[in-house]
Design a protein around this ligand. Structure first.
Ligand SMILES: NC(=O)C1=CN([C@@H]2O[C@H](COP(=O)(O)OP(=O)(O)OC[C@H]3O[C@@H](n4cnc5c(N)ncnc54)[C@H](OP(=O)(O)O)[C@@H]3O)[C@@H](O)[C@H]2O)C=CC1
Ligand SMILES: CCCCCCCCCCCCCCCC(=O)[C@@H](N)CO
Length: 354
């Protein structure tokens, strides 16, 4: 009986996913970017840089915001050279601003005002600036918790506040994108501080979506899995083995794959954007009472949540196996060291006695 239900669900899933992929591809876009101003925070590297390249290729004027000036300059050249085949002067297409989004609010406000003064009002804002650090709970210094929240949550909050004010006044609609993470939907080993910061971004986006809907401004949240970027390389230098093994369950993608899906979803006005089958299952399962932006996603959530909850139990079981195995390894290694220590102890004692 259970087998019949499960196999019919799985058989239904394949054609459904094909229809879904076709729908997403051919569904008409709600927003267009030709000649519009797109501001990308974290646009000098990784996912943000890929987003900047994609929107520039769609004819947008782009502002990149980050701290390091050399990386910004290099990113500007990269985006401009990607656009050489487009009509018009590509050198005036991209401008850069060096601002610390975890820093003083006046600097952030001034940069946005200057960016709008030269490229026109921001039509699309992509909050991509952020970082992650994985560490065991009790080892995380307060300063790191604060920094993770300041950059990932408060940075997005402040920039969006400033941009949305203008968007609402003009009444011409717009797009706001937040970058959370799959680790913002499920709390993972090593990500106590990071998951908290990225989870908060999701709730900020849900509430803002409700406020902005009557103004024709759509909100999208991107939930990337592990993505090959300089930020990811940095995270890997100190990441606990448990975090690495668990995260690997959702696969590894390129920043172009994540950015392409992000831009497609944002232009269609979809609230959720993710890549990969695990991403699809996770965002469907965790839809909760998030906004309904397209009927196909609502359908998946209605019919697949139960099945995906069951599947999640298997994933969680394998995750706890990873954690237990690593825990046992540490205990064995620990007791071996203790045994070695005591051997050394006896040996030195014996030497002393001699
Ligand atoms: N790569 C991954 O596996 C995943 C990434 N994400 C999220 O996607 C986003 C992009 O990540 P990714 O492309 O990997 O990161 P990168 O480190 O490659 O790029 C981060 C960008 O943000 C900028 N930035 C960081 N801190 C600040 C700050 N305080 N003020 C202004 N700009 C800042 C960086 O420039 P500069 O340092 O010069 O300021 C850089 O342009 C992040 O929010 C990340 O958490 C989510 C899930 C997975
Ligand atoms: C039906 C249920 C399906 C469940 C699938 C579960 C898969 C969970 C894996 C979560 C991966 C989290 C990666 C976070 C990456 C990240 O944010 C950092 N790399 C940032 O740099």
């Amino acid at each position: 009986m259970f087998g019949v239900i499960l196999s019919s669900l799985v058989c239904g899933l394949v054609p459904y996913l094909v229809i879904r992929a076709l729908w997403c591809h051919f569904y008409p876009k709600r927003h267009h970017l030709q000649g519009k101003h797109v501001l990308v925070t974290g646009g000098s590297s990784g996912i943000g840089l890929s987003v900047a390249r994609q929107v520039a290729l769609l004819g947008a004027k782009v502002t990149l915001v980050a701290r390091n000036v050399e990386r910004l300059q290099k990113a500007k050249e990269e985006v401009e050279s990607a656009c050489t085949k487009l009509e018009g002067d590509s050198s005036s297409r991209v401008q850069i601003f060096s601002v610390d989004l975890a820093g003083r609010r006046e600097n952030i406000d001034t940069a946005i005002k200057e960016a709008e003064a030269s490229q026109g009002p921001v039509y699309m804002l992509v909050n991509c600036a952020g970082f992650s650090r994985a560490q065991v709970f009790e080892d995380i210094p307060q300063s790191l918790v604060k920094e993770l929240i300041d950059v990932n949550l408060m940075g997005s909050f402040t920039v969006t506040q400033e941009v949305v004010r203008g968007m609402k006044q003009r009444g011409e609609g717009g797009v706001v994108v937040f970058t959370s993470s799959q680790g913002g939907l499920v709390g993972l080993y090593g990500f106590t501080a990071y998951s908290a910061a990225k989870g908060a971004v999701v709730k900020l986006a849900e509430a803002l979506h409700m406020e902005l809907k009557p103004h024709g401004i759509t909100v999208t949240v991107c939930y990337p899995p592990d993505t090959q970027t300089p930020g990811f390389e940095e995270e890997n230098k100190t990441k606990p083995v448990e975090t690495r093994l668990i995260s690997e369950a959702a696969g590894l993608f390129t920043s172009d794959q994540v950015a392409k899906k992000l831009v497609d979803d944002a232009l269609q006005g979809n609230f959720i954007s993710t890549v990969g089958f695990e991403g699809f299952m996770l965002t469907t399962l965790c839809a909760g009472m998030g906004p309904v932006t397209d009927s196909l996603s609502l359908l998946s959530q209605m019919f697949l949540t139960g099945l995906f909850r069951l599947i999640s139990a298997f994933y969680l079981w394998s995750f706890s196996n990873i954690v237990r195995r690593e825990h046992e390894k540490k205990i064995t290694a620990g007791s071996r060291t203790k045994a070695e220590c005591s051997q050394v102890f006896f040996w030195t004692q014996a030497c002393r006695q001699e």
